[in-house]
Write a protein that binds this ligand. Structure first.
Ligand code: NAI
Length: 280
């Protein structure tokens, strides 16, 4: 089943649409002929994305938007709804990476992570949930990460923001259900995108993210296809790939074992970071 079975008017607004997962989601929807509000802070990336979407049969409407700006988000949402004649699906995807020990993460990096990765999603929900509820139909898809439940070491700010996205999405699931609005939260483990290139934090932490992304065996297209298929089924927690699902069950069923493994991971990461610092 495709999302367009539920939403034949095919109108979606996607943040972080210029790269990685957001672009992969837009390309998949474009192949099915959707009108797409492409929102991103990167204007050049946005222009490239719009050409790709058009070539695939989608109908792009571009918005240069910083999701951490609540008022700008409201304006972009209103403009999209006006131009597209409504909205069916909203994907709050824009996000940045940030790594480092708690005490190495600057307040600037904390603020940027919370204001983009968490408040950016809150702003998207504030802008779109009321019109979706009024229409009595629609779907909000928030992009978290398996980090929302598996809070691995050296990623305190990222993990905190993603746990917030999970909490927000689970809250909205029950608040919106009777109004006819579906909610999903996407919780993938690492997959190949450009997130490491814009990652904040110290050089060692950025390099760590780069290594993890380089080693990932899943593409953004695969995660996007799975996400859209599960969203069409109305799944709340969209967890992919299998390793992420294992982590989700592992922490709940065997918490002692899980936390001992996290401790080992923290020690391994500390050794990796020390090596990088020593080798320059
Ligand atoms: P990416 O870096 O390839 O794409 C992120 C997009 O968000 C970029 O186009 C960037 O310009 C945009 N963006 C950044 N800050 C913005 C802002 N303030 N306002 C508007 N747009 C902004 O990264 P990726 O991996 O595609 O990330 C998408 C989402 O997927 C993020 O929320 C990320 O946390 C999540 N995720 C990614 C995983 C991975 O392994 N790549 C794993 C789990 C979750």
């Amino acid at each position: 089943m495709q999302l367009s079975t539920h939403y034949p008017q095919k109108r979606a607004f996607v943040t972080g649409a210029a790269s990685g997962f957001g672009l992969a989601l837009c390309k998949a929807l474009a192949r099915d002929g959707w009108a797409l509000g492409l929102a991103d802070i990167n204007d050049q990336g946005l222009a490239d994305a719009a050409s790709q979407i058009e070539a695939l049969g989608g109908r792009p409407l571009s918005f240069i938007l910083d999701v951490s700006d609540a008022e700008a988000f409201q304006r972009a949402a209103a403009s999209f709804i006006e131009q597209a004649g409504g909205v069916d699906v909203v994907i709050n995807n824009a996000g940045i990476g940030v790594g480092g020990l708690l005490e190495e993460t600057s307040l600037d990096d904390w603020n940027a992570t919370i204001s983009i990765n968490l408040m950016g999603v809150v702003h998207g929900c504030l802008a779109f949930v009321p019109p979706l509820k009024r229409a009595g139909s629609g779907h909000v898809i928030n992009v978290a990460s398996i980090a929302a439940v598996a809070a691995g070491p050296y990623m305190a700010a990222y993990n905190t923001a993603k746990a917030g996205v999970l909490g927000l999405s689970e809250t909205l699931y029950s608040e919106c259900k009777d109004a006819g609005v579906r909610v999903s939260v996407v919780m993938p483990s690492f997959f190949k995108t450009n997130i490491a290139t814009t990652s904040r934090g110290n050089e060692a932490a950025r390099l760590m993210t780069e290594v993890l992304i380089r080693r990932a065996t899943y593409s953004a297209d695969e995660v996007a296809a799975y996400t859209l298929a599960e969203a069409a089924r109305g799944t709340l927690h969209i967890i992919y790939p299998r390793i992420a699902k294992r982590i989700w069950h592992w922490k709940r069923l065997l918490p002692g074992h899980y936390f001992r493994t996290m401790l080992k991971q923290a020690r391994n990461t500390a050794r990796f970071v020390e090596r990088v610092k020593k080798d320059g």
